[in-house]
Design a protein around this ligand. Structure first.
Ligand code: ADP
Ligand code: MG
Length: 238
């Protein structure tokens, strides 16, 4: 079964049409990477999937259910942002558990899930620290952990490694790949980094000006780009 169907999704802000009819089916457990130049609509598309923005037209279907009018908290989605968005006054443990607490999950269950996620992400030594006492890479792992404990159907990542230095980017990328293998979860991941796209993706979606230029496995795009734009994006080092 498909985990996600994006059906002719359009999105305008005022007079400006930012998404011009996006169609995409994502299989259960698939890792799909969106690439494309700045301003092409990658974040907007993620936000529409998450329900943080309403599409102007079209449908978002998750696990066979039309969620176009479903509020974000009820879509079974967790989103990880470039800027972590952690609460500075809460410990790592409480940052990770807050969403579950707000949803009324019993504290024993919260503790169990936080323990599992922190083991997966090597965060056990830091559970009582606050975000200011962590490195950028550790903070992003906390943000990922906060997503993991919610056991979402679908993970959305919006350029999660952009604020990290090169070495941490590699580490955190490997952790995300490992997480995908372990959880067998569906993941959609936005980046403008070719290496991330080529190494993480089952399929890459190349966006340009609010449209899909090409969809394919990394080596398919690399070897047979549909046009100059895709070739420029995937083919040549930038
Ligand atoms: P990307 O993530 O690919 O860089 P975005 O999805 O953030 O692109 O933005 C796509 C376009 O939509 C940009 O031109 C941006 O200025 C515009 N845009 C995004 N969000 C809004 C908004 N809330 N109001 C008006 N314009 C927006
Ligand atoms: Mg963006």
């Amino acid at each position: 079964m498909d985990s996600l169907n994006i059906e002719n999704v359009k999105k305008s802000f005022g007079q400006v049409e930012v998404l011009k009819g996006i169609d995409l089916d994502v299989a259960d457990g698939e890792f799909v990477v969106f690439v494309g130049p700045s301003g092409c609509g990658k974040s907007t598309l993620l936000r529409v999937i998450a329900g943080l923005e309403d599409a102007t037209s079209g449908r978002i279907v998750i696990d066979g259910r039309d969620v176009s009018s479903t509020p974000p908290a009820k879509r079974g989605i967790a989103m990880v942002f470039q800027t972590y968005a952690l609460y500075p006054h809460l410990t790592v443990k409480n940052n990770m558990g807050l969403g579950l607490k707000q949803a009324g999950t019993p504290s024993a269950e919260i503790d169990k899930r936080v323990a599992e996620a922190s083991a997966m992400l090597s965060l056990e030594p830091y559970l009582q620290r606050r975000p200011a006492e962590l490195s950028g890479g550790q903070r992003q792992r906390v943000a990922i952990g906060r997503a993991v404990v919610r056991e979402p159907t679908l993970f959305l990542f919006d350029e999660p490694l952009s604020n990290l230095d090169a070495a941490l980017r590699v580490n955190t990328r490997l952790e995300i790949a490992q997480l995908h293998r372990r959880l067998k979860a569906t993941m959609i991941y936005v980046t403008h980094d070719q290496v991330e796209a080529m190494t993480l993706a089952d399929r890459i979606v190349v966006l340009n000006g609010g449209r899909i230029e090409q969809i394919g496995a990394p080596m398919e795009l690399y070897n047979s780009p549909a046009n100059e734009f895709v070739a420029g994006f995937i083919g040549s080092p930038r």
